[in-house]
Design a protein around this ligand. Structure first.
Ligand code: 8YV
Length: 318
């Protein structure tokens, strides 16, 4: 039987599905694999189910250039932690789980939009601390989102799911930046540059894939182009935003608030960010619902099964 490594303890249904086809080893630790562990895994297993933080870099493939492993079936849609080109050169297929994550991630974007705009986290902290002095006509005024303009950076599956929720649920205007124009069943204006979008949007939502192409796409000039009452929401990857520049913009009141589910160096969240009242901070909850994680895992197992049976896996990315 072929041997497969799960780099985390994925949900039981996922393990059970994998055990139909493979001898499965589960790594119980919650931390990402270290370089030596990745090298070892490439040498010992036919397939690996890695996830966020398991940094299969070019260096790892250089050190294990003729691996036993034939497929890295990533648990998640974002695979920026894997050097897919280096994997291909080493004969390793890389797959991901698009679709399975879309609605749950869009829902977390909506959670962050509403929490940030309506100052929900700040209000909750006030009540929890026993400091609420009672209702007041102008207490904790937030941004009314209905009818406002949402700017989507990256109009892929998740970007479109956020845009639909904003448009149909909240009567918002949608503007976006994306490499190509999208055929949508609602009105949405495409801008050429993120800065142009920043000047129009009341809420900016980042939905682009991570990786070198989008590293620090949201930088100080972008933040300076945002409207002072606007909010920045990130459900993509932390390093799409220059976190230090974001902290400066929030401290200086250059934007009204931010809602973040992802960070540059997870799980570290800078003290300066945690000290701010105008940010909503979630611990990468984008897909954190059992049925979603099961669907992601079942997709990853199907990719493993297909790849190791010599078929083209359904979600091959390299
Ligand atoms: C996953 C994500 O939970 O799918 C993704 O890309 O960011 C998540 O929501 C994460 O990758 C861990 O699997």
């Amino acid at each position: 039987m072929m041997r497969v490594l799960m780099t985390r303890a994925y949900p039981d249904r996922v393990v059970a599905e994998a055990e139909k086809y493979f001898e499965v080893e589960i790594r119980e630790e919650t931390t990402p694999l270290k370089v030596g562990q990745m090298r070892g895994a490439l040498a010992l297993y036919d397939g690996i189910l890695p996830t966020l933080g398991d940094a299969f870099s070019a260096q790892v493939f250089a050190e294990e250039s003729n691996p036993r492993c034939k497929v890295l079936a990533n648990f998640g849609v974002g695979y920026n932690h894997i050097d897919a080109e280096a994997a291909r050169a080493a004969g390793v297929a890389v797959t991901n789980t698009p679709g399975a994550v879309t609605d749950a991630t869009a829902d977390i974007a909506m959670t962050l939009i509403l929490m940030s705009a309506r100052r929900a986290g700040e209000g909750e902290r006030l009540v929890r601390a026993g400091n609420w002095a009672g209702w007041h006509p102008t207490q904790m005024m937030g941004l009314h989102v209905t009818g406002k303009t949402v700017g989507i950076i990256g109009m892929g599956r998740i970007g479109q799911a956020v845009a639909r929720r904003c448009h149909f649920g909240f009567g918002m205007q949608v503007v976006y930046v994306n490499r190509s124009e999208k055929q949508l069943d609602f009105e949405a204006r495409r801008f050429d540059s993120p800065e142009e979008l920043a000047g129009e949007a009341d809420i900016v939502v980042i939905c682009v894939p991570g990786g070198a192409r989008t590293h620090h796409l949201i930088d100080a000039p972008f933040l300076a182009s945002m409207r002072p009452h606007a909010h920045l929401i990130n459900v993509a990857r932390g390093d799409v935003v220059d976190e230090a520049a974001l902290i400066r913009a929030l401290e200086g009141g250059r934007i009204a608030g931010a809602g973040l589910d992802v960070y540059e160096h997870e799980p570290q969240v800078p003290e300066a960010l945690r000290a701010l009242d105008n940010v909503t901070l979630l611990p990468h909850l984008g897909t954190a619902a059992l049925e979603v994680r099961e669907r992601m895992g079942l997709m990853a197992v199907e990719n493993l099964r297909a790849a190791l049976a010599g078929e083209t896996p359904p979600n091959l990315v390299n």
